[in-house]
Design a protein around this ligand. Structure first.
Ligand SMILES: NC(=O)C1=CN([C@@H]2O[C@H](COP(=O)(O)OP(=O)(O)OC[C@H]3O[C@@H](n4cnc5c(N)ncnc54)[C@H](OP(=O)(O)O)[C@@H]3O)[C@@H](O)[C@H]2O)C=CC1
Ligand SMILES: Nc1nc(=O)c2c([nH]1)NC[C@@H]1CN(c3ccc(C(=O)N[C@@H](CCC(=O)O)C(=O)O)cc3)C=[N+]21
Ligand SMILES: [Mg+2]
Length: 296
């Protein structure tokens, strides 16, 4: 009865579309889209994502540039790298992997990225464009979630959506996108009262909290569409580890109408949307028509 929203399969189709769009763009005289990923420090999970981003970028026919800086890099060195990437004509997208080490002023680093190359959609100019209905670079994770929701539901008009989490990178932009789809949106956070009752009213529940299995099945309205953004590494009880979401999948899956798994749900969509945003940025940079099927 429950539909499994297979983000891995959806993302594979989107990556094929990205590869086609790269071919279209270059055939029209455009550049090979290039994505620069900057990783400061040695965080193990971040290294995994950066490697898979690089692989996916090359598989789509795009150029991948990786910049690894030591954990104690001064902010001025990172700023100088961003300044170079901003003016490098072979680079159309810049992603600075977050979180940054604590000596860095994250807001200042994001502000230094050329908004036209800000494929994460984190620069205030893109945040403002998203909030006001303009031509923004849309943050990859919320964009991927929206694609899965549209695939599951078609129109989202009039539906009650609850977003758990209010971060700048997931919760807030997710709420903006759902609002633009004519949902009635509630954003919940650590100070929200009666979270369970609030969630039970949601036709669409997006969980982006970072707490393993926090949302049990009895918080979910029967038939609701559940998007689990959480990526939490927990012990598997046998000396190893495994990834789980913010939703308790086993109890939720029997109540939800549709639900994303972790892994294999939102994560692969994030990477596919990053590639899509990079192609869009490359098309805009060369004043060529934006290939269809890459964004909203
Ligand atoms: N699949 C993907 O591609 C991605 C996955 N992620 C994952 O998504 C999750 C969220 O990431 P991110 O948004 O960056 O996380 P943040 O830590 O920045 O934000 C977490 C949010 O959850 C809220 N929160 C924390 N505890 C509770 C609670 N007990 N009840 C209600 N709300 C709570 C916080 O509230 P408050 O604001 O009050 O502190 C905050 O708004 C993480 O597991 C992360 O790994 C993130 C990015 C991409
Ligand atoms: N500037 C910036 N932009 C980001 O988009 C960004 C970031 N910083 N910092 C970290 C988070 C996290 N994130 C993920 C991307 C893919 C998977 C993903 O593909 N996960 C696989 C599993 C991967 C595994 O096995 O570890 C899955 O869910 O199936 C997960 C998480 C992007 N983030
Ligand atoms: Mg993101």
């Amino acid at each position: 009865m429950t539909t499994l929203l297979d983000g891995k399969a959806f993302a594979a189709r989107l990556r094929l579309r990205v590869a086609e769009a790269v071919t279209e763009l270059t055939a029209a005289g455009g550049p090979v889209p290039g994505l620069a990923v900057v990783l400061v420090g040695e965080d193990a999970a971040s290294q995994v994502y950066v490697r898979s981003k690089g692989r996916a970028t090359r598989e789509a026919g795009m150029a991948s540039f990786e910049h690894r800086l030591p954990v104690d890099t001064p902010q001025s060195v990172l700023m100088a790298l961003i300044a170079r990437l901003n003016v490098d004509p072979t680079v159309h997208g810049i992603l600075v992997q977050l979180p940054l080490p604590e000596q860095m002023d994250t807001a200042a680093v994001i502000a230094a990225i050329d908004p036209a190359k800000d494929v994460d959609g984190f620069h205030i100019s893109n945040v403002g464009l998203l909030a006001t209905g303009g031509r923004a670079m849309v943050p990859c994770t919320p964009l991927g979630c929206l694609m899965l929701l549209r695939g599951a539901l078609g129109s989202l008009r009039g539906l009650d959506a609850v977003v758990l989490g209010r971060s700048n990178i997931v919760g807030k932009p997710m709420a903006q996108l759902l609002l633009a789809e004519d949902c009635t949106v509630t954003v919940a956070h650590s100070r929200t009262r009666n979270l369970a009752d609030l969630c039970r009213r949601a036709d669409i529940l997006v969980a982006a909290v970072g707490r393993p299995g926090m949302v049990p099945g009895d918080w979910i309205k029967p038939g609701a569409t559940v998007i689990d953004v959480g990526i939490n590494r927990v012990s598997d009880g046998q000396g190893g580890s495994r990834l789980v979401g913010d939703v308790d999948f086993d109890t939720a899956a029997s109540v939800a109408g549709a639900i994303t798994p972790v892994p294999g749900g939102v994560g692969p969509m994030t990477i596919a949307c990053l590639l899509a945003n990079t192609v869009t940025a490359a098309a805009r940079a060369s004043d060529l028509p934006e290939p269809a099927g890459l964004g909203l």
